[in-house]
Ligand binder design. Sequence first.
Ligand code: FA5
Length: 361
Amino acid sequence: MANSLENSLNEAVPNGTIIEKVNQVKTDVFDIAPGLSIKGLDELRVEALGKKGVITSILKSLKDVPADQRKEVGAAANLVRNEIEALLDSRKSELEIEELNAQLEAEKLDVTRPGTQIKTGTKHVLQQIQDQIEDLFVSQGYQVVYGNEIETDEYNFERMNLPKDHPARDMQDTFYINPELLLRTQTSAMQARMMDVHDFETGPLKMISPGVVYRRDDDDATHSHQFHQVEGLVVGKNVTMADLKGTLLSLFENLFGKGHAMRFRPSYFPFTEPSIEVDVSWNIVDDTTKPEDIKWIEVLGAGMVHPNVLSMSGIDPQKYSGFAFGLGPDRFAMIKYGIDDIRNFYLDDVRFLEQFRQVNE
Ligand code: FA5
């Protein structure tokens, strides 16, 4: 567009008067302006009205007009100048409004549209069970300790009365990092660690220890090579098997509600004497249920802490006694929610896990 006004002026009215010239510029500006963008209008304004603009230089030649006509010519020329300015202003604001409307249209928000649901995670069902168990025991004055998944042979086995050549080690073969370090096979490994440091003068030791354990087990519906356990240990004066039974009854009732039967079976663990295993009925039962209709699932091992285990921590078995249990929360979850295959918990299938979304999260 550069100099287009001046060229047009020189062509159309080469020897015109001031009035003819400003009118010619006005005609050109009115012709060109409607087709221009905001940027184009600004350029046209500079070309017409700027310091070095065509109209400005025409007005400078007013000094050559005879003095008696100068006022009238000047007024007429200024009028045209103002008309050009008004046109450019109004066209520019029209375009600005159009631009704003287009932007508003493009960025329109429909506040009545339903929102997009944001997917949030939820606590894994096994973590929920563990939390529930922890809450119950904390409310009964137990401390919660977690320990490490990589454990020493000493605390996982030897301090649990399982010396290196003990045949019961076969039941808990595991993944070894070196001959002294392994992936722990049982949360019982935390028993001796806690007995070593507890000051029995201050009162009994009451602890639970939840966590992940590993075994060289073949996976099936009730076994996984990686699973969870919660260890429980109470050592103090006059702790008896009846305390163990009462503790487990309150645990089962808290977790499953009423209607699940429980049974103790004699068992063997090198670190408890006597030892039991505890089964819970998978199904809801009552006095009319026939024994053969009860579906039992083993949920924990337990017993009275073996005197050797106490002695190895420097605790006098004549003065102190204790009970211990090691439960499998994975199996607790199976019973609580009627899940028939433990592997479901480890498959990361969101459709399965979503069922356990906690309402108040
Ligand atoms: C033990 O691990 C003992 N430490 C329990 C114990 C603690 C006994 C304190 C006495 C005193 P066991 O191997 O039976 O015992 O395992 C305990 C529970 O862990 C089982 O009842 C079961 O619920 C769970 N469990 C064991 N192996 C698996 C597995 N492969 N997959 C899933 N859960 C398992």
